[in-house]
Design a protein around this ligand. Structure first.
Ligand code: F6R
Length: 261
């Protein structure tokens, strides 16, 4: 795992958005598609804002981009303001030229008896598109990636999962109380995530410093699902100074990033 630390999340997100722009631009004048794996939550928000800006400036087009999101609450309507479909539509998709049919997110409103088939299809669809080129990840306070909570297995694929208390508490403000937070979600598995060519995990703020320290210090363990990333050959961990504050300085490279408007 390569660890890069930036002065703040704005500079860090600019670096990530630039990396995505480069991959997308490389294929723009061909018929090839770029397949991105996307995350929701507060962590990627700044990256999406910068991508919107690149699009507004005419620097980038999402015409040839296909996206797969990590997860969705279950059950939830795609029209709910708390659904990850709504999040992605409003934070990124509706603000760019990405064809909506190119944007895949697990469905939160299917019948219970359709879930298994839906999950198998989701992993198959990723494979049919040639796999994910760059997968963006945040990290939960308990070390989850996607909604792969502690005890998730390395060979897990997309599936229905139970959300941990930590995760439901973190979401309770948005839902207006923990009782309103769904108990389950559909999430890409650890194996689905590790199949990506390249993985970028981002974390900001002092509240993430402790889990980032554990991610770095611990051997691979299902207690901290993010440690499975250590078994992938191309993972970059992008941090702001606060999220890196529990790490020794020799654990990372500090990057001075200029933000070009
Ligand atoms: C979101 C996801 C989660 C979040 C994680 C961090 O699609 O899969 O793993 O990345 O819970 O959430 P934030 O970014 O809100 O701190």
């Amino acid at each position: 795992m390569k660890i890069l630390v930036f002065e703040n999340k704005e500079e860090a997100s600019f670096y990530v958005a630039e990396s995505l722009k480069e991959v997308i631009q490389r294929k723009l004048n061909s018929t090839e598609i770029t397949v991105l794996g996307l995350a929701t939550g507060s962590t990627p928000l700044e990256t999406y804002k910068i991508l919107n800006r690149f699009y507004d400036n005419g620097d980038i087009s999402f015409k040839n981009v296909v996206t797969f999101n990590l997860d969705e609450y279950y059950p939830i309507s795609p029209n709910s303001v708390n659904s990850y479909r709504h999040f992605m539509n409003t934070k990124l998709f509706f603000k760019t030229d990405i064809p909506l049919e190119n944007t895949y997110i697990p469905s939160g409103d299917i019948e219970p008896n359709e879930i298994k088939e839906h999950c198998v299809k989701y992993d198959d669809l990723i494979a049919e598109h040639g796999g994910i080129e760059i997968q963006l990840l945040g990290i939960g306070l308990n070390g989850h990636i996607g909604f792969n909570e502690p005890k998730s297995q390395k060979n897990s694929l997309t599936r229905l999962v139970a959300l941990s208390n930590t995760t439901r508490i973190a979401a309770s403000d948005a839902f207006g109380g923990i009782d309103q937070v769904p108990e389950k979600a559909i999430s890409m598995g650890i194996k689905s995530i590790l199949r990506a060519n390249k993985i970028i995990l981002m974390a900001w703020g002092t509240h993430k410093a402790e889990i980032i320290k554990k991610l770095v210090d611990f051997e691979v363990t299902d207690e901290i699902p993010a440690t499975f990333l250590k078994e992938h050959s191309d993972v970059t961990v992008i941090l702001d100074k606060e999220a890196a504050s529990a790490l020794p300085q020799n654990a990372y490279t500090f990057v001075e990033q200029t933000i070009n408007q």
